[in-house]
Design a protein around this ligand. Sequence first.
Ligand SMILES: [Zn+2]
Length: 221
Amino acid sequence: MPLSDEQIERYSRQIIVPEMGARAQERLLGARMLLCGESRDASPVLLYLAGAGVGQIALMLAGPGEKSSKFASSVAALNPDCSVSSYRRGSAAQIDLALMLISSEASADAARAVLDELPRVPAIIVRLDSPAKIGIFPAPPPCPRCDPILLSPAINPSDFAADPIAISAASEALKLLAGIGGARPTIIEFDGYESRSHDAAANPQCRCATAERPAKAERSR
Ligand SMILES: [Zn+2]
């Protein structure tokens, strides 16, 4: 759907970014994302994604008693183009990209549960414990399970600020959803404020390499 005058105004700072443009903004507005993690980690990321104009965000909060509904009003106030819902497992919802933030055993469990349900979903996994890592998997294989560390349940405490790393992963999510900046499977490793990236490799033992790809027509329905 073409952008309204109001939307052009709202996203003008983003649309003028050279590789972004109106077409990419339309893709963001039409995107459906799954955001999974602890509430404290997910909250700044959610507001960042909503501000950028991701159309639909399904939230899966780790830990007992966490309610997605508490975020709905702050997101609605920030950007009426974005809607937040709580992700219902087993709903087989069509998700364009899953962004999973791991900083605890509960959030690692939640990420594994998402991938059990949606093994071939384009995914970004963020380890907010130590060493911090971002794994970007635009079109499995490789998938997050191909990396031995990304989904590990062992949590190593860290003393760095998690939010900047989570936000930089969220900006990678925007690039994938907007279809800009290439889309290579990549691992970004952080060492303090230094970061290094390399290609993510497929693991032949992983089932993502052999699982049958869903037919394209079926996915876009
Ligand atoms: Zn895999």
